[in-house]
Design a binder for this molecule. Sequence first.
Ligand SMILES: Nc1ncnc2c1ncn2[C@@H]1O[C@H](COP(=O)(O)OP(=O)(O)O)[C@@H](O)[C@H]1O
Ligand SMILES: [Mg+2]
Length: 446
Amino acid sequence: MIASTGSGGEPWPLWVLVGAAALVSGLLVAGPALRRRFPVAWWLCLGFPAAWLRVVRTWRPLMAGCGLAISRKAALTVVSGLVGNGAPPPLPRVPRRGAVRPTTGGFWLLVRLLPGQVPEDFAKASPAIAEAWQVHAVRATPYRPGLVRVVASAADPLSAQQIPQQRGPGRLLRVVVGVLETGVQWAIDLRAVPHWLIVGATRSGKSTLINALVAGLAPQPVALVGIDCKGGMELSLYGPRLSALATNRRQAVKLLAALVDLTLDRMVVCRSAHVRNIWGLPESKRPVPVVVIVDEIAELFLIASRSEKDEAHAAGTALIRLAQLGAALGVFLVVAGQRVGSDLGPGVTALRAQLGGRVCHRVADPGTAEMALGDLNPDALKAAQAIRPEQAGTAVLASGEGWERARSHLITETDAEAVAAEYAHLTPQLPELVDALGGIADKRAG
Ligand SMILES: Nc1ncnc2c1ncn2[C@@H]1O[C@H](COP(=O)(O)OP(=O)(O)O)[C@@H](O)[C@H]1O
Ligand SMILES: [Mg+2]
């Protein structure tokens, strides 16, 4: 039935040869462009089969080479060697693997651990496995007791060309700010994780991430409040879309106190309506969510004189209080800093405990990475310290569940400024905050 041309000794017809030659040369010429244009199709049709073959062929020697195989009946082997009866020594036992399944930019498989092995053994061997499979990276994570999930990414998706951020309101309080290493959208969802700590050295990508966040929140029915004690240099860009902005510590303390009052007022409203959070209130009565963005947290905590000490203390206490009460009452914190260490005072460590979402860009001092990730995941700490200066925008994200590498979309100051101006008409009026700053004049002064 099947045309067996060529195999039975007959020559291939000319048109087949010409067709094949045309196909091959066509692929060689158009290959790189096709690959760039259709990376997923390219990977699934060509890259993945080759990778699959490599995994299948190298599995046994690779496991043995990485010290993940267990030799069988060691004593017998010795004896058989001594007796010299010619029988080959038994092959070592290697962990059993499941099917290799493709993803849009790599593949994954499950591996059953041998007795005495732990998932960390595979995590440690990941770099060697990635080399053998010729992929960008391999991550091994516990799947179920006795099983490890090994995920390979063919190329670094974080170095790929950036997809522009999608515009429009999207889901309330959820913003897609970049891509994860797995190629999946990186979304910051304040309803899932209400408070965030974003750290990174100068020019590591903090402001770009905040730009992305603000650009995503601006079209939503949300109040944005800024605290930027470096004279408002960073956050005043979004001025038209901010409901209030504090540009020095004195203002910050007043604004934070007003925010705590606002939160307490909301608590009274919720209590009298017998609901546990603002989402339980009918939509007409529900107060507007407030996202408080603090740029350069160290400016709030650093003290040069005694009088400043009280101010710093007041700011710290108010922030912690907001974090504790805010989530249920629709007040969310996004705190960014360049150098966030325990040397800034006990308030910082207490505050960190309340900020469940962490983003760590490249950092200049290990203390800051430790502050952002150390209490959640030591592996994440290593990944953060490996970020190079030319990888601005790349960050390690951690929450209670685990960690990932990600990269933010490049949203420039100009973009963010334009979005803020475009949606200025949506800015909710929160007179209680503006009054605390000393009226409209102060808000504009930023
Ligand atoms: N996600 C990104 N993708 C590409 N380049 C980026 C990204 N984030 C930052 N950069 C580059 O790094 C520079 C500094 O970023 P910025 O966000 O201003 O850093 P920071 O606020 O931490 O000092 C930007 O001007 C941009 O050129
Ligand atoms: Mg910055």
